[in-house]
Design a protein around this ligand. Structure first.
Ligand SMILES: [Fe+2]
Length: 201
């Protein structure tokens, strides 16, 4: 299934709160990114044989993982250069902003923790809390991989984008450090080959 089909279905059925729809309807690189992450999450969830309820949860967490960036200054998101240390500290707060935004939502409060921890690293070096290993929620560990993979293979205002092979090598290098090694193997061997993004990756 293509990115648009999956996300359109979710948007139609699930996203009922107007402020969240606004976030999802953007057509810039960030909007495309969250839809692509959602597609990877869909494939991941199916591979893990999640119940339809849990699958939906993972898909929507994919769409919302960066919702905290609604609070991040726009010029920082689109800066065509590396962020300063101070800006990077500010950018990291999007995890906590996302948590608080979703906590306020009746329909999506249960996704707040998944979003909060999507930049935690398996070895405990991530943020915001430095959680380690399986203390990081499974869906956050999945998000970390698919978010990074799409970020690496996409062109951004601040970077040109790696090839698929280069991105896979980076995931493998970081398996057990930044990412859950078992999930990296699953992603590379089972998920990636099933994805039709309708764009070259
Ligand atoms: Fe993020």
């Amino acid at each position: 299934m293509k990115v648009n089909q999956i996300t359109q279905e979710i948007l139609m059925e699930e996203v009922k709160e107007e402020w969240i729809s606004l976030f999802l309807n953007t057509e810039d690189w960030a909007g495309i990114h969250q839809q692509t992450v959602c597609t990877y999450c869909n494939a991941f969830g199916k591979e893990l044989n999640l119940s339809s309820e849990k699958l939906k949860e993972l898909q929507i967490a994919g769409l919302f993982h960066d919702i905290g960036k609604l609070v991040t200054p726009n010029e920082m998101l689109n800066k065509p250069a590396d962020l300063t240390i101070q800006e990077f500290q500010e950018m990291k707060k999007h995890t906590v902003h996302g948590y608080h935004l979703l906590q306020k939502s009746k329909a999506y409060r249960h996704l707040a923790e998944i979003v909060l921890y999507h930049h935690e690293n398996f070895d405990g070096t991530g943020y915001p809390e430095g959680l380690k290993g399986e203390n990081i929620p499974l869906f956050s560990r999945i998000l970390s991989i698919v978010d990074s993979y799409d970020a690496m293979t996409s062109e951004r205002p601040y970077s040109k984008g790696k090839t698929k092979v280069e991105a896979i090598e980076t995931l493998q290098k970081q398996a057990g450090k930044q990412y859950d090694a078992k999930l990296v193997t699953l992603f590379i061997n089972k998920i990636l080959p099933t994805i039709d993004l309708n764009r070259s990756v």
